[in-house]
Design a protein around this ligand. Structure first.
Ligand SMILES: Nc1ncnc2c1ncn2[C@@H]1O[C@H](COP(=O)(O)OP(=O)(O)OP(=O)(O)O)[C@@H](O)[C@H]1O
Length: 256
């Protein structure tokens, strides 16, 4: 579905990400993990073509450089960290914007578009808020609107920069459940390692702008990973109920 090959990106003489290569299989859920400032957002920006670095990115076998932004919007939905400046729109209008890449010039929205938008609003618990102005919403509600818009876009791949930023535990889990239940490829920067371990099939671990490791979440999220990448001591167990790794942090002050 997606192949990143020897990707590097820098600004002026500062290298931000260097020589990154990995593949994303169709239908898989990939977490991009690493400390603040390690290059996660920069990698995602290259993937959704907000910036263009050295190296190649292939989307469904085509060079990303050759894909127009309109075509890209039909294939890929993006929820970026800095949300949106479309403050004056209502929630429903914002989500309807997700349908835009599917419309030809001068085509208006039809019943099917409206059904898709209603469905997206419903799955994010926003049905009652359709007429509210975006700027009147809380941070978490805004985040859900941006995710609803991405769902309404009906793309095959969705790229999210910290999708659960601002969300309380219930919505964090709910958003991940929704993303997981969709038959699409998901690439998401994830900060919460327990959430990553519950939902990500594979992770791309980044340290200082370089890939530290890529592979199955269970293999990458080791005690060594936390020590080397985050400089944090942890204890990791496999939880018998979730059958996923459960990570417990062991800060010096408490455990020395
Ligand atoms: N336009 C820019 N100009 C200068 N430096 C930049 C620019 N964009 C990113 N950087 C720097 O590159 C590094 C990587 O930034 P990036 O936003 O990709 O990190 P991140 O892993 O997403 O961090 P966080 O977890 O804090 O969101 C940071 O040190 C950042 O300050």
């Amino acid at each position: 579905m997606l192949a990143v090959k020897n990707l590097s990106y820098g600004i002026e003489d500062k290298t931000i990400i260097e020589d990154m290569s990995f593949r994303v299989r169709e239908g898989s859920f990939i977490g991009i993990v690493g400390p603040n400032g390690s290059g996660k957002s920069t990698l995602l920006k290259n993937i959704y073509k907000a910036v263009e670095g050295k190296g190649d990115i292939h989307l469904k076998g085509r060079k990303l450089k050759a894909v127009s932004s309109r075509e890209l919007a039909r294939e890929m939905a993006v929820v970026s960290q800095h949300g949106s400046s479309d403050f004056d729109f209502t929630v429903k209008e914002m989500v309807m914007m997700g349908r835009y890449p599917h419309k030809g010039i001068f085509k208006t929205y039809n019943g099917q578009d409206r059904r898709i938008v209603e469905e997206a609003l419903k799955s994010l618990g926003l049905s009652e808020m359709g007429e509210r102005k975006f700027f009147t919403l809380s941070g978490g509600e805004r985040q859900r609107v941006l995710i609803a818009r991405a769902l309404a876009q009906e793309a095959d791949i969705i790229v999210l920069d910290e999708p659960t930023n601002h969300l309380d535990i219930r919505y964090q889990l709910q958003i991940m459940e929704i993303l997981k239940s969709l038959d699409i490829t998901v690439v998401a920067a994830v900060h919460d390692m327990n959430i990553a371990s519950l939902y990500c099939d594979e992770v791309v671990a980044i340290k200082d702008g370089r890939i530290w490791g890529v592979g199955q979440t269970e293999k990458i999220l080791s005690e060594d990973f936390f020590r080397e990448v985050f400089e944090v001591e942890v204890e990791i167990h496999k939880n018998p109920r979730t059958r996923r790794l459960s990570i417990v942090y062991l800060p010096d002050r408490i455990f020395k």
